[in-house]
Design a protein around this ligand. Structure first.
Ligand SMILES: [Zn+2]
Ligand SMILES: [Zn+2]
Length: 261
């Protein structure tokens, strides 16, 4: 299987990288992890190709920060003829609020009946041909969700972003084929002693933390995501080296470069 990063950045787009959005084809379903600005790529040729033969789209939202939801500005247009289910921590509430506050020009409740919303909590959801397991994470005092997908063909992946480095998180991702994990550069001096709980920087897991989690959980492959937008590609490669020193099978997820698992 493969995952296509449509947006690998956190915070804001930079260096040709859009914000959080990842697509996985599974039968006639397109699974979309987060709806950051990367979702706008569905307006372009490469994105349109991904929608071919797809009749159903499952969107999983880690949380509602704009770098993970800005794509909704156009999702209603881009996914017009598809049946879309959005799995999120509080259903459609955030969008009702946007509309009520005049931050959103679209009255989706009237116009976009092809979208439905499902509130998820810490449970395992059995969907068509795959299971989605949800874990609540602490994100600067707010809740974000981690997702673990297990497919009927035996493959598995997890998407972990905007959270904390914890042993519960290690257990949640244990043994998967692919771990998509956020990473944040940190002060190298502090990172030296490599205690998992310390691998946090400004509400995000450090690059070393991502490497430690991958190693402790025995995953097959780690793809670093949610890149800091101030880092150019050379700086990201330096970050990757830090992860590789801890966990050899570490890679950088980059926009529009498929990751196999
Ligand atoms: Zn973020
Ligand atoms: Zn966030």
């Amino acid at each position: 299987m493969k995952i296509i990063p449509l947006g690998s950045n956190g915070f804001f787009p930079s260096y040709n990288r859009q914000t959080a959005c990842y697509a996985i084809h599974y039968k006639s379903i397109l699974i979309v992890l987060d709806a950051g600005s990367g979702l706008f790529r569905f307006a372009e040729k490469e994105g349109k190709v991904l929608l071919r033969g797809v009749d159903e789209i499952h969107i999983f939202l880690s949380h509602y920060h704009l770098d993970h939801t800005f794509g909704f500005y156009a999702a209603f247009e881009l996914f017009e003829k598809k049946r879309v289910t959005v799995f999120a921590k509080a259903g459609r509430q955030v969008f009702s609020e946007f509309v009520a506050m005049e931050h959103f020009p679209i009255d989706y409740e009237k116009k976009h009946k092809n979208f439905s919303w499902k509130t998820v909590t810490e449970e395992t959801y059995r969907l068509e041909g795959y299971k989605a397991k949800v874990r609540k994470q602490n994100h600067r005092g707010e809740v974000s969700l981690g997702f673990r997908m297990e497919f009927s063909n035996g493959k598995s992946m997890t998407y972990i972003t905007d959270g904390e480095p914890t042993w519960e998180s290690v257990e949640f991702v244990r043994g998967v084929d692919l771990l998509l994990h956020e990473h944040e550069p940190s002060d190298e001096k502090e990172a030296k002693h490599l205690k998992l709980e310390d691998q946090i920087s400004d509400g995000h897991v450090t690059t070393e933390g991502a490497g430690l989690i991958a190693r402790e959980a025995g995953v097959k492959k780690l793809a670093l995501v949610h890149h800091n937008p101030f880092l150019n590609e050379a700086s990201l490669i330096k970050e990757l080296k830090k992860a590789k020193a801890i966990f050899k099978e570490s890679y950088l997820a980059m926009d529009m470069e498929e990751v196999e698992f």
